[in-house]
Design a protein around this ligand. Sequence first.
Ligand code: MRU
Length: 387
Amino acid sequence: MATLEAIKYSRGKLLVLDQLRLPHEHHYDEVSTSEEAFDCIRSMRVRGAPAIAIVAALAHAVELHNGSCTATTPGETIAYIDSRLDYLRESRPTAVDLFNAIALLKAAVRAAVAESLAHPEAKDAILAAYIKTAENILTKDLQNNTAIGAFGAAWLQEQYAASPDRKISVLTHCNTGSLATSGHGTALGIIRSLHAEGLLQHAYCTETRPYNQGSRLTSFELVYEGIPSTLITDSMAGALFALRRESSNIGAVIVGADRVVRNGDTANKVGTYTLAVLARHHGVKFIVAAPTTSIDLATEHGSGIKIEERKKEELTQISGAVVNPDGSVDTTQTARVAIADQRIGVWNPAFDVTPHELVDAIVTEKGTVVKGPDGQFNFSIVMPEST
Ligand code: MRU
């Protein structure tokens, strides 16, 4: 079975799967400039914190490879790269992976300047350093996700070692799988790893209103992978948890993150906070899967995170393929449909912040962070360089 790939890259060429057309159509857009990447990210043809950062970094790498930089001196070359990265930074405001990638790329080109100033090919050395660093972001993300999957599955196994067959069911929100990353996924990566190890009874995914990343993308990935799974609306989570002891066997809510700040407060797709409150009420573990690229230790509390607000049409309209009278889906015909009075006022925050008190564990590629006796998360175990 071919693996799902949101991003296909070879030096000088970047293809991005248009997620707005999923699950009905598989169409890759060629993204060759910063402007095209900005538009792709802003319009959510690509989304998910790691994927956003990868597409931004690689689109500029393609642009540089294709000769977009007309600067001649090292100083002008750096100024050009900085200006493209500063522009890309404005595409979406909440996920910190993009900002962390930009900081990494800016540092890499500065280090290359320091090393190559005496050489006549200084500009080439700077461009090469940028491209190599951007390509590493892609490679590293896949390694991170596999490690997160293994750490998360192991941590859950420890929690439920005493249960009869060690199997648990889990609930996830939004899409954190191959489509949101370079592959495997973060929260969905843990679910994949649980399944591969025979430890998963069942995966539930929320629809994830208003943008339906759960019903459009996560359901698609779960079905594609043959993982036993069920779709629910966001509003059904409480009912599912209430069945925990009798039938649903929900052992954990596993979500991704757009930004985890120093105290463990976590910004993720709107609705995550509601799930965390419900999970606590029902004694269900609440786990955040976050590569260290999604951690922002410069921000102390969740109140410091900028939450993106999106357009009202995401609530008042919906797109989909046409369903024939016999129930089959005609994937060649898509339609945009009004589902509310178009004059209603709308508030559409794309993310919410789950307070760290409601989070049981934060799974990174370097290990699982839990709270100490003081009730605080200590990230020095996984990010010693940031203490
Ligand atoms: O608005 P989106 O679809 O970009 O939001 C995505 C999420 O909230 C994900 O949970 C998060 O980015 C983690 S993806 C590994």
